[in-house]
Ligand binder design. Structure first.
Ligand SMILES: [Zn+2]
Length: 269
């Protein structure tokens, strides 16, 4: 059976016989794995399409066994991301994160469109003089992704007692969002007991007034709208760190491969 869909290549894994296993984010059915036969040979007709970031129309042969790539109409190769090490590091983070959250057979058009937009913006960015814009893009994609997969933190009410949060704001990754002052104090008390028992403590972040407002904006607006705003560098850094901790906890990942790559380049936590 021929299956056709727009797709973005998230990952390539070398197989025997010059074959490549591609992890695709398809517009029609979410994650799909497919083999590009002989694509490690540079003259193979699927070679140029078998790279991370490639976006295009993919024609797959499906049925019993592993799906095979029959052909690809490349729309954008995003070569400029692959040829610049800084862009590659940021792009790899977007792809790794996406690969972790999308599911086979589950369509997520919103996330697909946002990833496509992020890659276009990243490809066009000048990252050699300043990484300020790309840091905003990173923060935007992290929170947008959480929102598009239904994992956005709760910010209007306390995640523990459901009280409206008016003044003092605290945030906890473990509880899934904001907590009020009373619940925060409670956690601090419990933390001292956890400490005595040598258990891991629950980290509580004090938020101030501005960060929750920005967070609400990030969770409800599109990446395009976010990129049209300007943010103070301090807030971008804080919200990126928070997203990173939140993602680690909720995706159950201790260390992301591409974040280590970014860290090696001196970017991010
Ligand atoms: Zn509370």
């Amino acid at each position: 059976m021929i299956f056709t869909s727009d797709a973005i290549v998230l990952k390539r894994t070398a197989l025997a016989n010059n074959d490549i296993l591609l992890t695709l984010f398809t517009l029609r059915t979410g994650k799909m794995m497919a083999v590009a036969q002989g694509a490690r040979h540079p003259k193979n007709r699927l070679a140029s399409a078998s790279n991370p970031f490639v976006y295009g129309k993919f024609f797959l042969l499906t049925g019993s066994g592993m799906s095979k790539i029959n052909g690809v109409d490349i729309e954008k190769s995003f070569y400029s991301i692959r040829e610049n090490i800084v862009k590659l590091a940021y792009g790899a983070w977007f792809l790794e994160l996406t690969d972790l959250v999308i599911v086979e057979g589950e369509q997520n058009i919103d996330l697909f469109m946002e990833l496509k937009l992020c890659l276009s913006r990243l490809a066009d960015m000048d990252v050699n003089t300043s990484t300020k814009d790309v840091e905003v893009l990173k923060m935007a994609y992290e929170w947008t992704l959480l929102s598009k997969i239904g994992l956005a933190p709760l910010i209007s009410n306390c995640t523990i007692c459901s009280e409206d949060i008016v003044t003092s704001r605290y945030f906890s990754c473990e509880s899934g969002g904001m907590i009020c002052e009373a619940c925060s104090n409670q956690i601090e008390q419990e933390n001292s007991i956890r400490k005595q028992k040598k258990q891991s403590e629950i980290k509580v972040y004090k938020m101030g007034d501005t960060i929750p407002k920005i967070l609400e904006f990030l969770l409800t607006k599109s990446v395009d709208e976010i990129l049209n705003q300007s943010f103070h560098e301090t807030y971008v850094k804080k919200l990126d760190t928070l997203a990173y901790e939140y993602l680690k906890y909720h995706l159950g990942v201790k260390q992301f491969k591409s974040r280590a790559f970014l860290k090696d380049l001196g970017k991010g936590v």
